[in-house]
Ligand binder design. Structure first.
Ligand code: SAH
Length: 224
């Protein structure tokens, strides 16, 4: 990585911004500060490695950026918030829908035992798998496929995170949750979207909490 300048200071600044946004949104989210393990994970992931060459100067700005194929890398605050809302521990097996460049995947891989990630755009799935392997993430499996189907062979999961907005909560994904596990997903609401947390109950029911308004790319139906 000798061709990259040391970006530690920028990354620390990004973490401060994320902390400030958690404080501002605490009333809506119920999370007043990013959990220490989430902060540590964000500190360890080199976000500039997930950002295209033309956007390097903004790699640690707290904003989404274009990654090609009409897709984006999520805003760091949103990655931190969704990760916090998942409430997963170091032994967890997590499913992610919407790998994109793999940044959220890497943050999860720093935190949990195993990450399964589905991406509907083949070049993105291949690029992310290569990048994550180069960075040494051995506890990640990326597959090209349609997230609406989930990953039945590896279900049930300790948490499921969806990083594209769905018109409604896919019940297939709810059924792949362990009891007590959370599904964090942006859902279309009127002209906008709301971030939702669903928690599977042992009787098969679900609790749903709407957290705050968000803006994600739409979840599309794949042909796979
Ligand atoms: N997690 C990424 C953000 C990805 S943007 C990050 O850390 O920055 C959302 C991604 O969801 C896009 O790459 C898009 O191609 C993908 N996507 C959209 N619909 C999908 C579907 N049905 N199944 C899997 N991935 C999907």
């Amino acid at each position: 990585m000798s061709d990259h300048p040391d970006r530690t200071a920028e990354r620390e600044h990004m973490l401060e911004t994320i902390g400030a946004l958690f404080r501002l949104t605490a009333r809506d989210t119920g999370v007043g500060a990013p959990p220490p393990d989430v902060i540590e994970a964000l500190r360890r992931v080199p976000r500039h490695r997930f950002v295209p060459p033309g956007e390097q100067r903004l790699a640690y700005a707290d904003m989404p950026l274009p990654i090609g194929q009409g897709q984006t890398i999520s805003q760091p605050y949103m990655v931190a918030l969704m990760t916090a809302l998942l409430e997963v521990g170091s032994g967890a097996r997590v499913l992610e829908i919407g790998t994109g460049c793999g940044y959220q995947t890497a943050v999860l891989a720093e935190l949990v035992a195993q990450v399964y990630s589905l991406e509907v755009v083949k070049p993105l799935a291949e690029g992310a798998a290569r990048r994550l392997a180069e960075l040494g993430y051995g506890n990640v499996e990326v597959r090209h496929g349609d997230g609406y189907a989930g990953w039945p062979e590896q279900a049930p999961f300790d948490g499921i995170i969806v990083t594209a907005a769905a018109p409604r909560v896919p019940m297939t994904l709810v059924r792949q949750l362990k009891p007590g596990a959370n599904l964090v997903i942006p859902v279309t609401r009127g002209p906008g979207q709301v971030l939702c947390v669903l928690c599977g109950k042992s009787n098969g029911g679900v609790n749903r909490r709407d957290v705050l308004p968000v803006a994600f790319v739409p979840m599309v139906r794949g042909q796979t």
